[in-house]
Design a protein around this ligand. Structure first.
Ligand SMILES: *Cc1c(COP(=O)(O)O)cnc(C)c1O
Length: 371
């Protein structure tokens, strides 16, 4: 069976973990955490980054930093992973769901303005498949209506919007290093702080609501409880593992992009015959080859396609159940129907995409579908 995902291994992970152990400090914010953060700050020019135990945690930190209060409204796509919404629901926010674009599962930027009210506090964009949302539109709405923008760039590492790295455009951004993402350490994430106003408080929230980070830099002579917070920082074991992945970033990206392009080229003619849509890339976005998806004509076609692949020993999957129609949310959803989002829920399928993938086995199975 060709699995849907296989986490990448650079080969240096265990050596770095061994080194972290030898250094004798395994709790968070140590040597490897700082090296990882420095990597992101120098490679992408992010003002300040903090490693977290997941992207979910980074999003929860973002919600605390924006001081989201019960009753505040937060606009986000419905076609996304549950953590995008949960982080804000935990602070008591009312989630206002936006539909997806017709040409892409990312959020329909043209719909955002109609969802803004006097209670709106923030817009959370999701760069689906690592393909940027039209951030000029989003940032200009944010400045007109005085809103904050969080980029859920869980899938967006090393991808650009008009030349700018994703995660570095909104007030705050987040990455994921879950084992299904391009770079991984099992579970891990990053909070990107682009707005200077949030830097000091972010460090406090990260360190259980204490000013311990400033203490370790020698800026204060004792540390204590100064704000709310939690234990959002990963151990050095995770950071050491992640650092090995960061060193391989160009190699990983080159291989993933080659696989993605191979899929696109091999499937073009066949997809047209089956009336299946291949991914669309807007002019303003680059492709970081996070995932390769296809849009089927119906749910029935998708089911039969996944079954055909399974019979040929290839594991393909679908996602997301739109959050507005999830068991948790559907009874409280008061907004308009979200037709595009519902349609992606029924028809989108993802193909295996990982460094060691034998892509010919997948494409040759696919090309026999419908014949
Ligand atoms: C993967 C993902 C997350 C969650 O990341 P974790 O690191 O698993 O918490 C959040 N949002 C999106 C869009 C994702 O794809």
């Amino acid at each position: 069976m060709i699995p849907f995902n296989k986490p990448y291994l650079s080969g240096n992970e265990l050596a770095y973990i061994e080194d972290a152990v030898a250094r004798g400090k395994l709790s968070g914010n140590g040597y490897y955490s700082q090296r990882c953060q420095a990597f992101f700050e120098t490679t992408y020019g992010f003002k300040k980054t903090l490693l977290t135990t997941s992207c979910t945690d980074a999003l929860e930190m973002a919600a605390i930093l924006l001081d989201i209060q019960p009753g505040d409204e937060v606009i986000m796509p419905s076609y996304t992973f549950v953590s995008t919404a949960n982080a804000f629901v935990l602070r008591g926010a009312n989630i206002v769901f936006c539909d997806s674009r017709q040409d892409h599962p990312g959020m329909d930027e043209s719909m955002i303005e109609s969802l803004i009210t006097s209670k709106t506090k923030a817009i959370v964009v999701v760069h689906y498949a690592g393909v940027a949302c039209d951030m000029d539109v989003v940032m200009s709405l944010a400045s007109t209506y005085d809103l904050f923008v969080v980029e859920d760039a869980a899938q967006g590492i090393d991808s650009l919007y008009k030349g700018k790295p994703l995660g570095g455009i909104g007030h705050l951004g987040t990455f994921s290093f879950h084992e299904t993402k391009n770079l991984q350490c099992g579970e891990g994430g990053l909070l990107i702080i682009n707005d200077e106003r949030f830097v000091a408080r972010a460090e406090v929230i990260w360190e259980k609501g204490t000013n311990r980070s400033a203490f370790f830099r020698g800026e204060i002579d004792k540390y204590g409880w100064v704000d709310i917070g939690s234990s959002f920082l990963p151990s050095e074991l995770n950071a050491a593992y992640l650092f090995a992945q960061l060193e391989s970033l160009p190699k990983i990206q080159q291989e993933r992009k080659a696989i993605w392009t191979n899929y696109y080229k091999s499937l073009q003619v066949w997809a047209k015959q089956q009336d299946i849509k291949l991914p669309y890339l807007p002019d303003f976005a680059t492709n970081n080859a996070h995932l390769f998806y296809m849009i089927c004509t119906s749910e029935a076609q998708r089911t039969s396609l996944i079954k055909h692949l399974k019979d040929n020993k290839v594991h393909a999957v679908f996602h997301y159940i739109s959050l507005h129609s999830s068991p948790f949310f559907k009874n409280q959803y008061l907004g308009a129907p979200l037709h595009q989002s519902d349609s992606y829920t029924r028809t989108l399928v993802r193909l295996p995409l990982y460094y060691e993938l034998n892509i010919d086995a997948v494409t040759s199975s696919l090309l026999t579908y419908g014949r």
